[in-house]
Write a protein that binds this ligand. Structure first.
Ligand SMILES: [Zn+2]
Ligand SMILES: [Zn+2]
Length: 275
């Protein structure tokens, strides 16, 4: 397996180690290329974000590592950006980054944020306080935001495509096998098919013990494979020992879904390689 990872968080955002620790772990494990994707600053300051005053330092540190380790591994500098309709300007770091992951971690109104990637109790507040208990409305809003995000700033990668399931492992809020849910997924997949937008096939939920399957789940991956939507395999690592968490398992899930290739960054360009 050609090992790569384009979704990693260091202490510049909510990861547990300095970027260099991830680089050392990746070299040790034989990775060919990696990319850092700290959570970009947003209007709603959260404890997990890269602070605006740290952005320049982040770019400088990744550049230093890129040069220092250039004979051993390729290192890229990205950002994981939240899509907040009507608020953000997604060109704000322009050519200083190699790629962007576009993600939806929460909803918001004028004063509050309502989490998706959050504790169960907070997710219940999202369902009941923000959507009045209307789960279909919440799910519809989540997936339609992904479409608007691609329309608006066209990120190279869509982060953890079906994150909305993170607090639903016992089907408390919805059943992923139901037609209306799968229709929402299909709307997004059909919208991005042919655009070159890549899916972040993300092992992080398994490694952190929330889930037993990746984002996107096996059903969505099969549909995405039919539509020839390209994928990257990533671990959303928040600590160096997780850089290849569950790669073997999820590579097999990708193969079972019909994928034969994944995308990697080599010499600054995305190219496909065998799984
Ligand atoms: Zn994320
Ligand atoms: Zn992430």
């Amino acid at each position: 397996m050609i090992k790569t990872n384009y979704h990693m968080h260091s202490t510049f955002s909510d990861g547990r180690a300095e970027p260099e620790e991830y680089v050392k772990a990746a070299v040790e494990k034989g990775f060919v290329s990696i990319g850092f994707t700290e959570h970009g600053p947003t209007k709603f300051k959260k404890h997990w974000e890269l602070l605006p005053e740290k952005v320049a330092e982040y770019f400088a540190e990744i550049k230093r590592l890129k040069e220092f380790y250039c004979e051993k591994i390729e290192i890229y500098c990205g950002l994981e950006l939240d899509f907040l309709p009507g608020i953000e300007n997604y060109d704000f770091y322009g050519s200083q980054i190699d790629y962007r992951i576009g993600s939806i971690h929460y909803f918001f109104d004028s004063d509050n944020v309502f989490g998706i990637d959050c504790r169960y109790e907070d997710f219940k507040k999202t369902v009941f306080d923000h959507f009045g208990g209307d789960v279909k409305k919440m799910v519809g809003e989540f997936y339609s935001r992904i479409i608007r995000m691609v329309e608006k700033f066209d990120p190279e990668i869509i982060g953890h495509f079906d994150l909305i399931k993170i607090n639903n492992s016992n089907n408390e809020f919805f059943h992923e096998g139901e037609r209306w849910y799968q229709d929402e997924i299909m709307k997004v997949l059909q919208y991005i098919a042919g655009k070159g937008t890549m899916l972040d096939v993300n092992t992080g939920g398994i490694t952190r013990g929330f889930l037993t399957e990746p984002y996107p789940g096996p059903w969505a991956l099969r549909e995405a494979a039919h539509l020839k939507i390209p994928v990257t395999l990533n671990s959303d690592a928040h600590r160096p020992e997780h850089i290849d968490g569950n790669y073997e398992l999820v590579t097999q899930i990708l193969k079972d879904a019909g994928y034969r290739e994944k995308m990697i960054l080599r010499s600054g360009k995305w190219e496909s390689v065998s799984l």
